[in-house]
Design a protein around this ligand. Structure first.
Ligand code: S3P
Length: 431
């Protein structure tokens, strides 16, 4: 499907509440499905990715009730699913589930198969297969790619140093460690999102200081509880970007997750001159949550500090879009991980920005983007939800309409994006 975005001729104004956090929703689906007592979740993200994880837990025997305003997950007993577990487009779903299930084979008694769509089947899985195999897991893959076939094995704890900061890999190992014998410790080269570490104690699973690293001891039983998912800063990032770009805009964002391991985008946009005011509220479900006031801003390009890259890894498509209109130039380095996301985000974003007349140079681990005018025209999402939304935001300040091909991928993380943007005054329509 094509999304047509018209250049904005009026400011974006109003109050906005982002949809539930995707990372936290995936984790609650998995932990809730493994828990021995009822889990209730409000604010769960209703998207194709999170549904895929929830459905996988259902296929494994968790009883899931989807009520209007909450998801209720009751314990199994867990059983062998009737067919492969299809994680669709979701790297988080596949990697975390693989870790969580690698040592629970006795519950299923047979080989489990995890499959995904074309994009997911081309993303690297060796990064989880290696540590999980080191713990004793038996995982067959297609040369390090999905489909993944897990055979029942007993796992033993491991001490593992992550080669790159990755919350998915860290979480896969910690979840495997829960079902392993002995202690498991993960050491990160730098901070990555810590939602798993925040949630595990809430499910009654203790973590310890791995000196260094994060440790979890095996054989712990999970207990459900009541949870609320805060709004997703990664979804709000598109609205923030639109508010910064469109002259005269003023947007109040409420109930957005402000976890310091996710807030790189705020730091980067403020460093670029973005007028963003944070009002930190009380923690909700163990996560910092608050409000953000966004006003139109004169953005100026920067050298993005490399230590902020893992803290804003999903926001680079939209940061690249903003860099294309900021004064001066923006240099992104140390971001090679962007090449193994839902698409090769460096290549796809650079290619599409160039089609809109942006001057840039792509490098192995980043890009140098010169700000300037955006001409309208036809671009393609490359099958990547975040690229579709980033290009849509840029269309608001283009010289003429921008039409985004394959924009339906937006549904994987943010089905309400177009409606939310329209409610703030943007002109976007499916054509
Ligand atoms: C996620 C971690 C990040 C991020 C992804 C969600 C998570 O991936 O890009 O969208 O929920 O743990 P990596 O761990 O591969 O960096």
């Amino acid at each position: 499907m094509k999304l047509r975005v018209a250049p904005a001729d009026t400011p974006l104004k109003g109050a906005y509440v982002p949809p539930g956090d995707k990372s936290i929703s995936h984790r609650l689906a998995i932990l809730g499905g493994l828990a021995r007592s009822r889990t209730r979740v409000t604010g769960f993200l209703d998207s194709a990715d999170t549904r895929a994880t929830l459905n996988a837990m259902g296929a494994l025997g968790a009883r899931i009730e989807d009520r209007d305003d909450e998801i209720v997950i009751d314990p199994g007993p867990l059983k062998a699913p009737e067919g492969p577990l299809d994680l669709g487009n979701s790297g988080t779903g596949m990697r975390l589930l693989c870790g969580a299930l690698a040592g629970r084979g006795e519950l299923f008694g047979s080989t489990l198969e995890l499959i995904g769509d074309h994009s997911l089947s081309s993303r690297p899985m060796a990064r989880i297969i290696k540590p999980l195999t080191g713990m004793g897991a038996m995982i067959e893959s297609d040369q390090g790619h999905a489909p993944l076939k897990l055979s029942p094995r007993t796992l033993t704890g491991i001490r593992y140093q992550l080669p790159v900061a990755s919350a998915q890999v860290k979480s896969a190992i910690l979840l495997a460690g829960l079902a392993a014998e002995g202690n498991t410790v993960v050491i990160e080269p730098g901070p990555s999102r810590d939602h798993t570490e925040r949630l595990l104690p809430a499910f009654g699973a203790g973590l310890h200081d791995g000196q260094p690293g994060i440790g979890v001891s095996g054989g712990q039983v999970l207990h459900g509880g009541d949870f609320h998912v805060p709004g997703d800063l990664s979804a709000a990032a598109f609205v923030i970007a639109a508010g910064l770009l469109v002259p005269g805009s003023e947007i109040r964002i409420d109930n957005v997750g402000l976890n310091p391991t996710r807030d790189g985008v705020i730091r980067i946009l403020q460093a670029m001159g973005g007028r963003l005011e944070i009002a930190l509220g009380e923690d909700l479900g163990g996560e910092p949550v608050g409000g953000l006031d966004v006003r139109d801003s004169e953005l100026v390009g920067i050298d993005v500090p490399m230590e902020w890259v893992p803290l804003s890894i999903d926001e680079f498509p939209v940061i690249m879009a903003l860099s294309a209109v900021a004064a001066d130039r923006t240099r992104i380095q140390g971001a090679a991980e962007l090449r193994v996301k839902e698409s090769d985000r460096l290549a796809v974003m650079c290619g599409q920005l160039a089609r809109l007349g942006v001057e840039l140079e792509e490098s192995a681990d980043g890009a140098l983007i010169h700000g300037g005018r955006i001409r309208g025209g036809q671009v393609d999402s490359g099958g990547d939800h975040r690229i579709a939304m980033s290009l849509a935001v840029l269309g608001l300040v283009a010289d003429s309409p921008v039409i985004i091909d394959n924009a339906e991928w937006i549904r994987t993380s943010y089905p309400g994006f177009v409606d939310d943007m329209r409610a703030l005054g943007a002109e976007m329509e499916w054509v």
